[in-house]
Each structure stands twice: as C-alpha cells, then as structure tokens.
Ligand binder design. Structure first.
Ligand code: ISL
Ligand code: CA
Length: 536
C-alpha cells in the first residue's frame, strides 16, 4: 500500500519544536507532548531532522554516532516512546539519513585518520600538491573550499559541506555495509522510512580538478553518477524488507534525473525534493536574490507536475526562508498564508509542511550577525567580510537568505518564549511577533491560517480527486494560477491570485472554499484570494 500518496508529511526541526526540560533546546519528550497538535492537523508522518549524537556544527547534520540519540534530545527509550505514541495516533516516523558525510567526531573518522583498519579508506583522503596547493580546485556548499588538513593523518580530507563534515568514501565497500546496518537498526525500532540527505552526491568518480564554475566547481565529479544509483538500489533491498519509504533530498535535480531516481521499476527512491521552484527568486546562487516572479514559479510547478507521475510538494524546510514573505506578502499575511496552504494541499503529490508553516510563521527579526547560529550564514559573513563588503550590505544579503529564518522556535502561545521553553533564553532567538503569531490564538480564531490548514487537510482526505486526480493547468499569468484536478467524473478547479490587486479568471463552478467570506464565485478574485471550485 502506498500510504505516502495519501498522507501529509510534517517536518520537525527538533531543536526548535518544543523544549520539555527547560534547557532552551527542543527535545523528543517535547515532541511527544505535541503529537496531538499534529494529529489534529491530519498528519500521516513526521520527518524528524537529525536527532543523533552530534557536535552540532551543522545542527545534527554532522552525525557522530548513527545508532544513538543526542542526549540533548533524550534517549533511545524516548525515541521508542515517540515511535509508539505517534503510531497510536496513526502517525509514522521518518528519520533523516545523512550518509554523504559524518562528523569528524565520529569514531570511524577517528580511526580513519589513524589508519586503523578497516577504516583507513572510509573517507576521501589526499596528499596536498608539492607546490603547497590543495588536492583539487573543488569548492563546497557552505562558501569555503572543501579540503581540510589533518595533522594526525598528515593528509587532507574532503568535505563538501562544513569543515567538520567529512565525506564518506563509497569506493570502500565496508561503508555501504555500515549504512545498511544503520538502516536495519532504526527500521527494527519501528521507523517507517527515511529522508535521505543530499543523496544524489554520494559517489565521487575521481578527485580530478573540476571545470571552473561560479559556485560548486567540481560538481560534475559527483552529481547523480550511475554508481550513486547503484548504491540506492542496494539500500532499497534492505528497505523493501520493511516496506519502508524514502524521499531523497536531491540538489540540482532535473526532471529526467528525478524520473530515474523515482521510477518504480528501477527500485531506488519513492520521491525526491526538487529545488527548481525554490530558485525562482534567485540568480545563480541563493545569496543573489531577485524579485519573486510568480509566472516563472507557476511554470516551474507545471513542468514538474507534468514531467513526473508523482513527487513531493513543498514550500518550506529548515534550509529555506519562510514562504509568506517570500512567495506571498507580509501585508496580506493571513490571505497569502492561506493561499500558499491551498497550493501545497491541492497540487498533485505528497505535501510536506514544515513546522510553523501551519500558523504562518515568518522570517526572523534578528538585529545583526551576532544573533546568527547557522554555519552557512556565518561562513558567508566571514567570506563577505574578507572581501570588505560593508556590514549593512552583508546583513541585507544574509538576513534574506539565512537558514536561521526557518529555525527560530515554534510559536505555541503568547507566554514567555512563545511557550517553547521555560528557560530564560531559547537556543535561538524567538521571533518577537509571537504575540500576534502563535498557535493558541489561532486555535480560537475560526478564520486563522491554522484552521485553514486543518480544514484543507480534511478536505484533501475526503476528496480522492485532490489526492489522486490528474493535473491540468488552465491559466498561468504573471499573477494568476488556475489548475484543475480530475479523477473519473469528479473535477475540481483551484484559482489563486498571487497579488495584492483584484483579478479575473475564466473558471466558474460550485464554490467549495475561499479564503474570503463569500457565497458564490463569479470569476473575480480578491487580493491573494484562493478559491476551490467543484466543476459542474
Ligand atoms: O541550504 C542550502 C544552501 O543554502 C542547500 O544547498 C543545502 O546545503 C543542501 O540542500 C543540502 O542540505 C542538506 O545537507 C546539508 C545540511 O546542512 C542541510 O541542513 C541539509 O538539509 C549538509 O548535511
Ligand atoms: Ca530540552
């Protein structure tokens, strides 16, 4: 049974979801205490960002032990209890599988740097060049080069991400055996599957110099190589024994690549996160923003709807700024928040909702660089400083793009620290707007973004056409997006106005939902209005 085609999946960033013991850091007992919230939303599965032991240079994406729980978050027993308590509410748990790299604090790395067998080749090691230059000219994801000298080993190691995230070497067969073992460990405990971090980069074909590019020189040596597909097929054999689910995080993925990764007969992944629609508001690299152009965004969504029989639908995660200021409008906060909810819950595919999205959380309100935590933002700040970019400009660039925008604590109520923690201070600043944006308030407001999400999630559950129906676009202009979902004789049209001005569309029908109060629909949309019509 393909449960994931009917489910809504909710992403939790554990550090920022709910603190239970007053240390200012979210944890697993905190998540358990909030499961009712997720059940009420109609969530079928939770994707948990990493909860493994980690020195937290990249907040858990630098894993130092794959088979345990970070003591900051709880214990293995807490995790077992989470799996059980979630199951009682009909919710599955997906873990984050980060196997492109480990923390340099992982025991494998400690042994590899000392050349203790069989760990010697678990990572990509290389001597420098006689002229003192790095092993090659590749550049990394976080605005640095990607080689770090290790005194113990007397060689450099490869890191595509932070300096303390060393890339695992899949040319060494033991590495894949270790990963299979990790999969079994968690599947035996009852997790339903995995979100697989940067999974299309696993295999590096050589360490030769790359073609010079504005960003990520070297990419052609590791992006979606055939051997990576082979690795995925091997992992799938383990996963199939448990009927487990996987979604791959696949950077730079094209529809063709995605089809190869997700085609049922190839036996690799179930679906992938593509990035193209999230790149409509950037030039070349994420730090160079341009104005959001809805038409390019709609066209991109249409392309992916057409090219793949099924895929993920998402607008937010822990790496991206919040969606309302980005694709909607802070001045039409409520309307545009509901419109974006409508988009996510009515396109064809599996909707992913990121924590806080369901109450319309917006970007952070930090005052300056000292309040940042994210390793990427701090690196970029350092890099820009080195090029003498003045502080004001640096802050303009970083504040709009920083991953911390999505990582501020969840806003539960208007008590101290938004109900996230009883500590004086949360690990990352709580947004001061929590007096206006919080769950408790929205529960009491029938017109809230929260109640809209709940209502649409329910509608999606009741109407098979919204889940399994095919997709057909009807109108796609610089601000209006109209599409139809159809299953047998059933047909539903969604019309969205991505602008602060009224708009007209050609569709009519019996009004099922609008984010305005109205009785019928004559083709006129209010600012940021979203309507769902039953075609008659
Ligand atoms: O966020 C990005 C750049 O701003 C992306 O390029 C991101 O680095 C890429 O999507 C990979 O992300 C994943 O792996 C990283 C981790 O830091 C991210 O949080 C994770 O989602 C390294 O493990
Ligand atoms: Ca805690």
């Amino acid at each position: 049974m393909e449960w994931w085609k009917d489910a809504i999946i909710y992403q939790i960033y554990p550090r920022s979801f709910q603190d239970s013991n007053g240390d200012g850091i979210g944890d697993i007992p905190g998540i358990i205490s909030r499961l009712d919230h997720l059940q009420e939303l109609g969530v079928g599965a939770i994707w948990l960002s990493p909860v493994y032991p980690s020195p937290n240079d990249d907040n858990g994406y630098d894993i130092s032990d794959y088979k345990n729980i970070n003591p900051e978050y709880g214990t293995l027993e807490d995790m077992d209890r989470l799996i059980l308590e979630a199951k009682r509410r009909g919710i599955r748990i997906l873990m984050d599988l980060v196997i492109n790299h480990t923390s340099t604090k992982h025991a494998w790395f400690e042994k590899s740097r000392r050349r203790i067998e069989p760990y010697t080749d678990y990572y990509y090691w290389a001597p420098g060049n006689p002229d003192g230059t790095l092993p090659n000219n590749w550049t990394g994801f976080f605005g640095e080069d990607c080689w770090q000298w290790d005194d113990v080993r007397g060689e450099y190691y490869l890191h595509l991400f932070a300096r303390t995230q060393a890339d695992l070497n899949y040319h060494c067969p033991q590495v894949l055996d270790e990963v299979k073992d990790v999969l079994r460990f968690w599947l035996d405990r009852g997790v339903a599957g995995f979100r697989c971090d940067v999974i299309n980069l696993l295999w590096k074909d050589s360490l030769a110099d790359g073609e010079k590019r504005l960003a990520l020189t070297g990419l052609e040596h590791y992006l979606s190589l055939p051997e990576t597909h082979g690795i995925l097929r091997q992992l799938r054999k383990v996963l199939d024994g448990y009927r487990a689910f996987t979604v791959g995080e696949t950077v730079f993925v094209t529809p063709e690549m995605a089809r190869d990764l997700c085609a049922e007969d190839r036996g690799e992944l179930n679906m992938v996160f593509s990035f193209e629609h999230m790149e409509c508001d950037q030039r070349f690299i994420k730090w160079l923003k341009r104005d959001f152009r809805p038409k390019a965004f709609f066209e991109c969504l249409i392309k992916w709807q057409k090219e793949l029989p099924w895929n993920t639908i998402y607008l937010e995660n822990h790496d991206q700024p919040r969606s309302i200021p980005r694709f909607g409008s802070n001045s039409w906060w409520r309307e545009s928040g509901k419109l974006l909810a409508t988009l996510v819950l009515t396109l064809r595919g599996t909707p992913f909702i990121y924590q806080g999205q369901e109450i319309g959380m917006v970007d952070f309100d930090f005052d300056g660089v000292d309040q940042l935590d994210d390793v990427e933002s701090r690196n970029v700040n350092r890099l820009l400083s080195a090029y003498h970019v003045p502080e004001g400009l640096r802050w303009r660039i970083i504040s709009r793009t920083s991953r911390d925008n999505a990582r501020t604590p969840m806003q539960w109520d208007d008590g101290p620290n938004a109900g996230f923690t009883t500590a004086d201070k949360a690990w990352l600043g709580v947004n001061r707007n929590f007096h206006f944006i919080n769950l408790a308030d929205q529960e009491n407001d029938p017109d809230s973004i929260w109640n809209w999400y709940k209502d649409l999630a329910k509608l999606r559950g009741e109407r098979e056409v919204l889940r399994r129906g095919d997709f057909l676009w009807l109108e796609c202009t610089h601000r209006v997006f109209v599409y139809r979902r159809r299953l047998g004789a059933e047909s539903v049209t969604v019309a969205l106005n991505f602008s602060g001005r009224p708009a007209r569309v050609g569709s009519r029908g019996r009004l099922l939902r609008s984010n305005y109060h109205r009785d019928g629909f004559d083709g006129r949309l209010q600012p940021w209005e979203a309507v769902i019509l039953e075609d008659v």
